[in-house]
Design a protein around this ligand. Structure first.
Ligand SMILES: [Zn+2]
Length: 175
């Protein structure tokens, strides 16, 4: 359920579903509906509209939790071969990212940012500046994808990361 409260869209979805439930319950008490003197059909119509719109708003979050993890990550495959992205994969392997929480069931993680904020990361996106600017996976997303088993770094990449770590001259000056 937690992931359902993460986006504004799904919060609205839940509000609409609750409103439809309230309307539905009031239908069970004819004294309330007769006082408002609207045709019963209008109540049923409003209840259904609220329910349908509410469910439509939370479907993306629910499908995110239920779809196979590989199919969620597939959308990024095309970006994974660029040199820029390989550097981010290296950072995911080398940087000491401060993980606050990882929820494997709902497929998201929280990282502490270097400037004091908190980033919320899913396989679809991240709240860090790097992702918000470029709209392709950031180091947090790669780290989460590795943790969830959605992404396996190539042997070349692992060797490169090991070499950099062994050389001891790694410093975090690039994205
Ligand atoms: Zn990020």
């Amino acid at each position: 359920m937690k992931i359902l409260f993460m986006s504004k869209r799904s919060k609205w979805g839940i509000v609409l579903i609750l409103l439809s439930l309230i309307l539905f319950i009031s239908l069970l008490f004819p004294s309330i509906t007769s006082e408002l003197s609207l045709p019963i059909f209008d109540y049923i119509k409003s209840t259904l509209v609220l329910l349908i719109v509410g469910v439509a708003l939370i479907i993306p979050e629910i499908s995110y939790c239920l779809l196979p993890i590989e199919s969620l990550w597939k959308r990024w495959e095309i970006t994974n071969n660029s040199e820029d992205q390989k550097r981010r994969m290296l950072r995911a392997l080398l940087d000491k990212l401060t993980l606050i929480k990882i929820d494997k069931k709902f497929r998201y993680a929280k990282y502490a940012g270097s400037t004091g904020g908190t980033y919320i990361t899913t396989l679809n996106g991240c709240t860090c500046m790097d992702f918000l600017k470029r709209r392709v996976p950031c180091k947090h997303m790669y780290k989460l994808a590795i943790e969830l088993g959605a992404f396996e770094p190539s042997d070349d990449l692992k060797i490169a990361a090991q070499r950099i770590a062994d050389s001891g001259d790694y410093y975090e000056d690039f994205y």
